[in-house]
Design a protein around this ligand. Sequence first.
Ligand SMILES: [Mn+2]
Length: 242
Amino acid sequence: MHYFVSDIHLGSGDKGEQRRVERLFLDFLSKIEADAESLYLVGDIFDFWFEYKRVVPKGFVRVLGRLAELSDRGVKIVMLTGNHDMWVGDYLTEECGITIYTKPQTLTIAGKTLYVAHGDNMNIKGQPLLRAMNAIFRSKSLRWLASWLIHPNCFMRFGQWWSGKSRKSHSADYGPEVLDFLVDYALVYGQKHEIDYFVFGHLHYADDVKSAQRILFMGDWHSRPSYVVLDNNGEIELKHYN
Ligand SMILES: [Mn+2]
């Protein structure tokens, strides 16, 4: 079996909430370990991650330990970074055996072709502010400069504040219309490429869209935990997790 999750946002909320979500995710990892061949972490696993050459953020040790253990046992673990954790370096690869991708991927799994992406930085042509922010956040030289100029305590404080702000923009009640821009993206992309399934996170709204393309959206783990599972016959399903 092949599992996909996104938007765990580890480290967000107060201490109690952080621990609750961490335990929920650990519980999930225990349940899937019996039959998991691979696990895809589709972005925003951490609410804020910025890595220096010799410094990483505090916290999440249980999850990191568990992921390392799964990887040591032969489960393939892949992370596609999200807008909250795009600044990972080599730590998660070296310590936990996780393969990191910073861009959307077309993957062949169980005989199917999947297009897997967090979902940020896509279909934003008409949004100059968002595009500018993306260019700044993704700039390798700015990231390098920041890591030499800004003390980790300052950067973490800023990042955690920024992440909280960004996340609150998700917390309003909204419906499936929030998915439209990624559905549009998939419909256009699917006309030119042979894709069996699209898998996205980012919008914190779980849904299984069955139109001209099959597009699965995973929700966030603070309000509506869900995941996607692909079996070895190539059947895919969105599941809720409580
Ligand atoms: Mn998110």
